[in-house]
Write a protein that binds this ligand. Structure first.
Ligand code: 6PG
Length: 247
């Protein structure tokens, strides 16, 4: 499997608060520009814990054109939307459930359905959102980085890494002994902007492996993220950047 040549942009912030502030500032600018030029802003939210602080900050921006914003998800756990592990639940608590954010259209992955049905259901949702396009060109896809080098729910040695046709797939994750629902590489890499938010010393080694290593994507799946006609950025905190040659 080839590794991608990328021209990613790296910003190192002093701590997690500065990271969330910077990501919020950047996302607000992206949203305003997208609505001004294309009439809407399409955003795929990341799961996990890192983006919570970003979502809480975004929810304090009533000036954003929320009625022109389409909120989607990059992946989901196969649990109901009120389950503690649900990415939709975390986003609802931090962002989509907030008063004026309700004006946005939230496109949840219905992960309570059987996995393959949930994946095809979500792909149909995205195909309607990006009608007539060969791939979903999100304005922004937000991603996190797992300590094992996974991103979205593209885990090492998992079958979804080979998906090149479908936009959304169910993915068996052996280490978790569970299915996940995830955007595929081509669906993520068709985005105009991909932003990784990475924080904590436990991410220092995988971040170095992504940015400065040469592992195959089967080993470090986040190395497979390389927008074919878009920009790739990493906003990281200093703890995650400690092993990088460049800062
Ligand atoms: C998920 C995410 C996943 C996450 C990383 C980092 O559903 O868990 O999509 O890819 O971004 O595991 O998670 P943390 O931010 O919690 O470290």
């Amino acid at each position: 499997m080839t590794t991608y040549a990328r021209d990613e942009r790296l910003e190192v912030l002093p701590d997690t608060n500065a990271l969330a502030d910077r990501a919020c500032e950047w996302l607000c600018a992206q949203a305003l520009a997208a609505v001004a030029t294309r009439g809407r802003f399409t955003l795929a939210l990341s799961g996990g814990s890192t983006p919570r602080a970003l979502y809480q900050r975004l929810a304090k921006h009533p000036e954003l054109p929320w009625d022109r914003i389409e909120l989607c998800f990059g992946d989901e756990r196969t649990v109901p939307p009120d389950h503690p592990d649900s990415n939709a639940r975390m986003a609802r608590e931090a962002l989509t459930g907030k008063p004026f954010v309700r004006a946005a259209r939230v496109h949840r992955i219905r992960a309570e359905l059987p996995p393959d049905e949930a994946a095809s259901d979500y792909e149909q949702t995205l195909r309607a959102l990006f009608a007539g396009q060969p791939w979903p060109r999100f304005d922004v896809v937000l991603l996190g980085l797992g300590s094992d080098g996974h991103t979205a729910s593209l885990f090492p040695q998992s079958h979804a890494l080979t998906e090149r046709t479908r936009w959304v797939v169910a993915n068996w994750v052996a280490k978790l002994q569970s299915q996940r629902i995830t955007l595929s590489y081509p669906a993520i890499n068709s985005a105009a902007q991909v932003l990784f938010m990475v924080a904590g010393e436990d991410k220092a080694a995988p971040l170095r492996d992504v940015l400065e290593g040469n592992a195959e994507i089967e080993e470090i799946p986040a190395r497979g993220i390389a927008p074919s006609a878009g920009e790739l950025s990493f906003f990281v905190d200093r703890a995650a950047a400690t092993l990088l040659r460049r800062q």
